[in-house]
Design a protein around this ligand. Sequence first.
Ligand SMILES: O=C(O)CCC(=O)C(=O)O
Ligand SMILES: [Fe+2]
Length: 327
Amino acid sequence: MSVAVVDISQADSNKAAQELVDACSTLGFVFIEGSEFTQADIDQAFDLSKEYFKLPVEEKAEVPITPENHGYSRINLEVLDPENQPKGDPKEAFNFGQFLHGRPQHELPKFFESKLPELTYLESKCHALCVTLLKLLAKGLKIEADKGGDNWFADRHRPNEKSGCIFRFLYYHAQNSASPEEQIRAGAHTDYGSLTLLFQKEGEDGLEVLSPVTKEWTRVKFVPSSKPGAAPPIIVNVADLLSFWTAGILKSSIHRVRFLPEAQKAGRDRYSIVYFCHPENDALLEPVPSPIVAQIEARGANRSDRETITAKQHLDKRLAATYGWKK
Ligand SMILES: O=C(O)CCC(=O)C(=O)O
Ligand SMILES: [Fe+2]
């Protein structure tokens, strides 16, 4: 099963909405073309990330990761798949919490303090793209106009309301071991929020999705840009809350990062950049008023007798499991 490419700049927004819902309800991963991102934006983001990871560890670790999931995560700290990967993932990361009034609401290493305008620009562009996609998804799910219509998800993702959104730089070190478990760089997992944007570089593939349709691992290969100056198509995946909200119609698929033996042998590094979009903390995870979702609900999914929790309550539970924080 290959990953569909959806052009969100096409004139017929109903067609784009339908294509997006089709991709999100089958593989749960899709390439988005026609966004506002330029190649220069992407280059700027990766340059910043590389400069940071090159710093001495004391400088990177000026702000270590907190239970809120903000800060520097050293190699092997994150355990995404504890059963198969008890040692943790061989990767480093820096997570920026939601940007409000031009900065994340937590301390930053000095290096990032000096880069706030660039970081704010990139983060807000990521959030804006997620809102555009959430509007298309609401359109494709035919959410009733008098219940919020195309804005139903967007109204629960307002940029200035507190949320668990995370902008993340990732660095997978070269590690030239051929053992199969060392090829797995990010253990199999699903994402916690509503939608995830993923930027990867040409020649640094590695992402694999477990297709809910074929039950096989599918490689998400880099797709080059088709328009000069535009960013290459951006990988977007459905995360847990959007799946929960739609009674499983949109698929939050299991994925992982695995280096192929060639990349492993060549001792190649990999950098990726991820934006985890989350709903506002107080958003209730109640079923969306879509006739398509209602049909599934009638068959028993997301039963209404289940307690309705908020996005924040859901996130706290997931983080406690991933980093082993005792809550
Ligand atoms: O680095 C990647 O390509 C994927 C990372 C990922 O899935 C995650 O951080 O949740
Ligand atoms: Fe992920």
